[in-house]
Design a protein around this ligand. Structure first.
Ligand SMILES: Cc1cc2nc3c(=O)[nH]c(=O)nc-3n(C[C@H](O)[C@H](O)[C@H](O)COP(=O)(O)OP(=O)(O)OC[C@H]3O[C@@H](n4cnc5c(N)ncnc54)[C@H](O)[C@@H]3O)c2cc1C
Ligand code: FES
Length: 424
C-alpha cells in the first residue's frame, strides 16, 4: 500500500466519522424540538406558586367564559409590598361554576359603584386589572396598586378604583367582574426564548406568564427584568428568588433605580439603575427572543422603540399599557389646510359639532360637549366606550386591546378620519 492510498483511507474514515457525528447531532436536535412540541421536556422541580394551586397537569376548561359582568366574592386579600401600596385580591365566583381559563397576560374588567368625591353621588366605574398568576382551577388573582393624586395637586382626588379596592374591598366583598380578555398574552404557539420586562405594577401580567411557563415544565428559557425604585416597591421577591434557584432556565434580573440603604447589590438586586436597552444588550445573548413589556410611560416610550432600533423584529415585541394611550403609535393628523374641517354627528343626542383637532380622542371630545357616553379604562381595553359608527370612519391611536364589533369603534382611542356619525 502506497503512502497516498493510506492517506486517502485515513481521510475517508475521518469524513465518515464527521458525517456520523453530524447526523447524530441533527437527530438529537429534531428529537428536542419534537419533545418541546409535545411538552415532555419537564423541569425536574415543578414549583408551587405562592398561592394554592391546581397541579400543572390539571386543565382548566376554556368554555366557561360568561357574557357581561358576573358576581365574585373576595376570598382573601394580601398586601404585597413594603410601602403597603400593592394589594392582591383572590376572587371566586359566587355561582360556584367552573372558572373560565385565560391566556397569561390577560386582564379582568371590574364594574364598581363608587361615591364620586366631587358630587358625593354613587357612580359606576369600570377598570381593568391584569391577572397576576397562572390560571388556577378555583380562583383568579389580581394585584392592585393604590394610585395617589398627582404630587402638588391637593385639589385632585386620588385614583377612584384603586383607592376603593384598598380602602373598601375586604374579605367577603362582592365584585362584578367581566370574563378574562385582552390581546396581550403569552404566545404559546412559537416556543422562542422569552424576555419579560415589568416596570413597577407592570409586573402583574409578567408574573402570570412566568408562573405559567415554569409550571408547564417546558424548558423554555425565560428572563425577567423587573424594574422598581427599591426593595420597598418590589412584590413577591421570595417567590421570584425561589423560582430562580430551582429553574436553571429562569434568569432573574432585579433592577433598583433608587436603592434604599439596606438594599444590597448582588444580594437583594442585580442592577443599580433602570431597565434599559444597554442593560438588555449586555446581559442577553445575541439570538431571537419574544419580548413582553409592561411598565410606566417613560419606560415604554424608551424600551419599545429601543428594541426595534436594536434590530428586534416588531413582530417579536408584545407590550401592554396600563394607562390611556401610553404608547401612541400614530400621531394625530393635523388638518391639511386651514379650511379643512370634520363634523362629528352624535345621532341620538341630535348634535353635529365641528371636530376639535386638539382633542386626543372621540371620548374626550364627546365629554367636552356634554354627550353622554359610557367609558371605563380609557385605554382601549374594557370595551365600555364601544359605539356604533353609522357613517364615516375613524383612525385608531393604538390597536384596540379588546374585540370590537363590526361597524363599531372604541371612542377612547380613536379620532375621526372624515365626517362621522356616531350612535350616541
Ligand atoms: C389592560 C390593563 C391592565 C391593568 N392592570 C393593572 C394591574 O394589574 N394592577 C394595577 O394596579 N393597575 C392596572 N391597570 C391600571 C388600572 O386599570 C387603573 O387605571 C388604575 O388602577 C388607576 O385607576 P383609578 O380609578 O384608581 O384612578 P383614576 O381615578 O382613573 O385616576 C388616575 C389618576 O388621575 C388623577 N386624577 C383624577 N382626577 C383628576 C383630575 N380631575 N385632574 C387631574 N388628575 C386627576 C388621580 O389622582 C390619579 O392619579 C391596568 C390597566 C389596563 C388598561
Ligand atoms: S373606555 Fe375602555 S375601551 Fe374605551
Amino acid at each position: 500500500m502506497t503512502t497516498v492510498t493510506l492517506a486517502l483511507i485515513i481521510l475517508a474514515v475521518i469524513i465518515v466519522q464527521v458525517a456520523i457525528v453530524m447526523l447524530l447531532g441533527l437527530y438529537r436536535r429534531k428529537r428536542q424540538f419534537h419533545d418541546l412540541d409535545k411538552g415532555i421536556h419537564r423541569a425536574e422541580n415543578i414549583p408551587q406558586s405562592n398561592t394554592t394551586t391546581r397541579s400543572s397537569t390539571e386543565p382548566l376548561s376554556s368554555n366557561h367564559a360568561w357574557d357581561g359582568f358576573k358576581e365574585f366574592v373576595v376570598q382573601r386579600r394580601e398586601i404585597e409590598d413594603g410601602n403597603n401600596s400593592i394589594c392582591s385580591f383572590y376572587l371566586v365566583p359566587t355561582d360556584n361554576k367552573p372558572l373560565a381559563t385565560f391566556r397569561p397576560g390577560q386582564f379582568l374588567s371590574f364594574k364598581l359603584q363608587i361615591e364620586d368625591p366631587e358630587t358625593h353621588k354613587s357612580k359606576s366605574v369600570v377598570r381593568c386589572y391584569s391577572l397576576s398568576d397562572a390560571p388556577r382551577a378555583d380562583h383568579y388573582r389580581v394585584s392592585i396598586k393604590r394610585i395617589p393624586a398627582p404630587a402638588n395637586q391637593a385639589d385632585v382626588p386620588a385614583g377612584l378604583s384603586s383607592s376603593f379596592f384598598h380602602d373598601h374591598v375586604q374579605e367577603d366583598s362582592r365584585l362584578l367582574v367581566k370574563a378574562p380578555s385582552g390581546h396581550f398574552h403569552l404566545m404559546e404557539e412559537e416556543p422562542l426564548p422569552i424576555v419579560l420586562v415589568g416596570g413597577g405594577i407592570g409586573i402583574t401580567p409578567m408574573l402570570s406568564i412566568l408562573n405559567t411557563v415554569l409550571e408547564s415544565g417546558i424548558k423554555r428559557e425565560i428572563w425577567l427584568y423587573y424594574g422598581v425604585r427599591n426593595g420597598d416597591e418590589l412584590i413577591m421577591k421570595q417567590h421570584l428568588q425561589t423560582l430562580a434557584s430551582i429553574h436553571d432556565n429562569f434568569h432573574l434580573h432585579l433592577c433598583y433605580s433608587a436603592p434604599n440603604e439596606n438594599d444590597v447589590e448582588g444580594v437583594d438586586y442585580q442592577h443599580n439603575g433602570q431597565v434599559t436597552i444597554p442593560l438588555l444588550r449586555a446581559t442577553l445573548k445575541l439570538m431571537r427572543y419574544q419580548f413582553y413589556v409592561c411598565g410606566p410611560k417613560p419606560m415604554m416610550e424608551s424600551l419599545v422603540p429601543g428594541l426595534e432600533d436594536w434590530g428586534v423584529d416588531s413582530g417579536d415585541i408584545y407590550y401592554e399599557s396600563f394607562g390611556p394611550a401610553t404608547l401612541i403609535q400614530h400621531k394625530k393628523a393635523a388638518p391639511a389646510t386651514s379650511t379643512q374641517s370634520i363634523t362629528v354627528t352624535f345621532s341620538r343626542s341630535g348634535k353635529s359639532i365641528p371636530w376639535d383637532f386638539s382633542a386626543d380622542s372621540l371620548l374626550e371630545f364627546a365629554e367636552a360637549n356634554d354627550i353622554e357616553v359610557e367609558s371605563g379604562c380609557r385605554a382601549g381595553s374594557c370595551g365600555s366606550c364601544q359605539t356604533a359608527v353609522k357613517a364615516g370612519e375613524v383612525d385608531y391611536n393604538q390597536a384596540p386591546d379588546t374585540d370590537v364589533e363590526p361597524e363599531h369603534c372604541l371612542l377612547c382611542i380613536s379620532t375621526p378620519k372624515c365626517d362621522l356619525t356616531l350612535d350616541a
